[in-house]
Write a protein that binds this ligand. Structure first.
Ligand code: FES
Length: 221
């Protein structure tokens, strides 16, 4: 799913600490997911308007992110506010990084350009992060495998999977035609699920990824 088509899961919230940034890919488009020092998460195009350096290589300072290359600083709206080589310059409003809407829910960071799109909904009030797995398969293959395992769809690329008494929420991020990220959380409070359950499902997810990436009969023949 494209960022223009609805809320796309782009990272586990727990993987983006305050004051850090990380690069991600949605259908071939490079994005940066970063969290300012107040804890608010932001998702932008991963490209500095100056010379195209990845913003995900930059440094978060308070509520600004500074590009690694020449140190241009951008505020949380993506607006460039300071150019070190021209410290007295009133920076033109046109120097701006394209931004996406960003939201955190169920322990996952979601992004979109579509203000009207609806976030997947479950009854859960809390979630416990498990892990993100990156699978060398198309999003259709990965979705089919989770459906085969019992996942029921909440949206096109999000579903619930009941395993015994536990319920996982799985968000699929199509990175490229043959690369998909699956962001996995347990629906329920960390007071119950942190620790042994997290570890159990992290190992389960890794086995799931490994199984999916094995050559299938048709490919071997
Ligand atoms: S490329 Fe970002 S400041 Fe120059």
């Amino acid at each position: 799913m494209k960022l223009s088509e609805g809320w796309v899961p782009v990272a586990l919230s727990s993987s983006i600490e305050a004051g850090t940034s990380a690069g991600a890919i949605v259908q071939g488009s490079e994005i940066v997911v970063w969290r300012d020092s107040s804890g608010k998460v932001h998702v932008w195009e991963d490209r500095c308007p100056h010379r195209g350096m990845r913003m995900s290589f930059g440094f978060v300072r308070g509520d600004h992110i500074a590009c690694l290359y020449h140190g241009w600083q951008y505020d949380t709206a993506g607006q460039c506010r300071y150019i070190p080589a021209h410290p007295t310059l009133d920076v033109p409003q046109t120097i701006k990084v394209p931004t996406y809407l960003a939201q955190e829910k169920y322990g996952i960071v979601w992004a979109t350009t579509d203000e009207a799109s609806v976030m997947p909904n479950t009854d859960a009030l809390e979630a416990t992060p498990v892990r993100s797995v990156f699978v060398d398969r198309s999003v259709d293959d990965v979705r089919d495998a989770f459906v085969h395992a019992g996942m029921t769809a909440l949206t096109a690329e999000t579903g619930r999977l009941a395993l015994g008494d536990d319920i996982l929420l799985i968000g699929l991020q199509e990175m490229r035609d043959t690369k998909t990220a699956a962001h996995i959380v347990i629906l329920g409070t960390p007071a119950i699920y942190a620790g042994a359950k997290q570890k159990h499902y992290a190992q389960w997810a890794e086995r799931f990824r490994y199984g999916l990436e094995q050559p299938r009969t048709a490919e071997v023949a």
